[in-house]
Write a protein that binds this ligand. Structure first.
Ligand SMILES: *Cc1c(COP(=O)(O)O)cnc(C)c1O
Length: 470
């Protein structure tokens, strides 16, 4: 089987269709091979919930790209330099310099993950009566805003809600809606405007530099702070370089610094683009707010020069941040995700378009149109991918979003299965195998049936529910 990449690698003037991973493998983790009949039993034994599988029973794990990437040998070497001093460690200074090289904010506050940065920020500025707009809040961001009793509002452009629209910057904020939202809500009730780059919950879709500049200008006009949820800043900057007019000659570092210059602060998960297995930070310019946030940090995360991290983690992230903005790496990263998405499209499998930066989203509603939403077509597809090929994806549909607080069950807007690509972890031949498995599942599509839930927790049911075949 051979598949065409969207545009090949241009080496020495020749276009080759094979994507060369811009690294060689330094350390390996064995994959335990399993057969289809074993997997049919394994998934049945855990009530058809993919979160309950042992990862050793998974061949290709596309559950998430969060913290699942491979570190480089330079990162592993940096880990040996980790200095575990409680206060003022040189590892902290390396980390802080690497963050400020890209995001020159005054105050850098290290946390163990992105959600810890969110919890601190919204404890400080959220609360009853406050409303916080974003293009689309990520689920932990929304949960932390709501936990503070504030409200979270999504104002992504209309194209961002249509899976088949091919607009190049589907993560953009609707500027007209943002201004009318500000006027209707009142500046005093809006402590911050957020932008998620790339827009994870909207399919990993990028935000244009033009849109970021415009949102920043609106925030300045109304004197509202503007914060980035910048987990995939490097992928977003690469999309800007590739797709936005006038940007194709710029260095990604330069684009990232301009994005930072438009904002007043950021929250970050270092488990995404910074190529770490753990980590995060909160960064901002406001001195008073930084003091409040550091005091909250000390309560739950740790002293301000390590936050929730070991010195060795800080060293690994300092190196990861330099690798994350490499053009060779980003070209490979975006092209290899598109390689999977485009191959599925060629097979006639419906996927969210354009292909995002970190994942391919299969539209299970269109793919398994004979399965009604309340029989969970996304779950049916995710189980089939596991049984047929040992691939673990993630249902993002009615199982995840269908249960309402009042106890009713309502079909989700979309029934998706996300195949998230861990960074620097799988090769093109692993992905070719994923494509073959998807093709086989497509052959069997009409024979796949739906599921019912036989046990379900009070909230966040997708993590622990048990299912049975109908
Ligand atoms: C992962 C993620 C977060 C939360 O970060 P964690 O490190 O998982 O706590 C926040 N926002 C976005 C966009 C994310 O992708």
């Amino acid at each position: 089987m051979s598949h065409k990449a969207i545009s090949g690698f241009n080496l020495a003037g020749m276009e080759f269709k094979t994507i060369i991973e811009p690294f060689k493998i330094h350390s390996v983790a064995a994959i335990r091979m399993t057969t289809e009949s074993e997997r049919v039993q394994l998934i049945k034994d855990v009530g058809y919930n993919l979160f309950s599988l042992h990862s050793d029973d998974v061949l290709i794990d596309l559950l998430t790209d969060s913290g699942t990437g491979a570190m480089s040998r330079n990162q592993w070497a940096a880990i040996q330099r980790g200095d575990e001093s409680y206060a003022g460690s040189p590892s902290w200074l390396h980390f802080k310099a690497a963050v400020q090289n890209l995001f020159p904010f005054e105050h850098i506050i290290p946390t163990h993950q992105g959600r810890a940065a969110e919890k601190i920020l919204f404890t400080a500025i959220g609360g009853p009566g406050k409303i916080i707009p974003s293009n689309t809040h990520f689920d932990t961001t929304r949960a932390n805003i709501e936990y503070s009793k504030a409200e979270a509002v999504d104002l992504v452009i209309a194209q961002g809600r249509d899976p088949s629209d091919t607009y190049p910057f589907k993560g953009n904020m609707d500027l007209v809606e943002l201004e009318s939202f500000i006027n209707a809500t009142g500046v005093e009730n809006i402590p911050v405007v957020m932008m998620t780059i790339t827009n994870n919950s909207g399919g990993g879709q990028p935000v244009s530099l033009e849109n970021l500049r415009a949102v920043s200008a609106i925030c300045k006009k109304y004197k509202i702070p503007f914060f980035l949820d910048a987990c995939r800043f490097a992928e977003n900057a690469w999309f800007i370089r590739e797709r936005e007019s006038g940007q194709s000659e710029r260095d990604v570092v330069d684009i990232v610094r301009e994005i930072a210059s438009l904002a007043d602060g950021m929250t970050m998960s270092a488990k995404k683009d910074p190529l770490g297995n753990i980590g995060g930070w909160l960064a901002l310019n406001d001195n008073g707010l930084a003091t409040i946030c550091r005091n909250l940090l000390i309560l739950t995360e740790g002293f301000p020069t390590y936050g929730g991290l070991a010195g060795r983690d800080l060293e690994a992230l300092a190196v990861g941040l330099t690798e994350a903005v490499s053009h060779d790496y980003l070209k490979y990263r975006i092209q290899s995700t598109a390689y999977l998405g485009n191959a599925l499209l060629e097979l006639g499998i419906p996927v969210v378009q354009p292909i995002g930066g970190h994942a391919v989203y299969i539209d299970a509603k269109a793919f398994l149109s004979h399965i009604p939403p309340l029989e969970y077509p996304g779950q049916a597809l995710a189980v089939a991918l596991y049984e047929v090929g040992g691939i673990r994806g993630c249902e993002i549909g009615t199982v995840m979003f269908g249960r309402k607080p009042d106890g009713s069950e309502v079909p989700a807007a979309m029934e998706l299965v996300r195949l998230a690509i861990p960074r620097r972890t799988y090769t093109q031949s692993h992905i070719d195998y994923v494509i073959e498995v998807c093709s086989e599942v497509a052959n069997r599509a009409s024979t796949l049936g739906g599921f019912k839930i036989i046990s379900e927790p009070a909230s966040l049911r997708h993590f622990t529910s048990e299912f049975a075949r109908i």
